[in-house]
Write a protein that binds this ligand. Sequence first.
Ligand SMILES: [Fe+2]
Length: 180
Amino acid sequence: MYTTSHVNLPANAREQLVDLLNTLLASAIDLHWQIKQAHWNIRGKHFISRHELFDDLAKHAREQADSFAERAGTLGGYAEGTIRLATQNSLLPEYDLEAVDGDAHMRALVDRFARYAASIRDGIQRSEALKDPVTVDLLTQSLGDVELDLWFLESHLTGENRPGAPRSRKDRDAGTSSHA
Ligand SMILES: [Fe+2]
């Protein structure tokens, strides 16, 4: 471990918790900048409301990154939070750099948020197995916030704009999907 911690969990459990928190930290940093990418590059209908919504969501991701890093530190770990470390450790794929109109950004962000939420849910199960209720609680609170933000995003996508929905009658007839 990086520093002494008097948190009374076995060192081995603390080490595994720090690893999982660092993976979530990297993903939160990556997600934060992906949301900013959407905030800066979105165009088209409902520009201002979506531009502002993305800034609120970016703030939440930044706060989650801070919580994950500080829990890693509390457990005696080293927080791996530079941009370069984050790009190595993030579980998210690169942002959709072709996205221009609002719905394309929504689809890209719904996909990233869903992956991020799944990794936090997995982290809750692993923290439970490592018998750390404090990390379980932190991740459970974070997951509730992330799922609420995911609902705000996916509520913009109805009918044919849903991720996975056929984009046109022709696509539908061909049985192809247009997942972003
Ligand atoms: Fe801004």
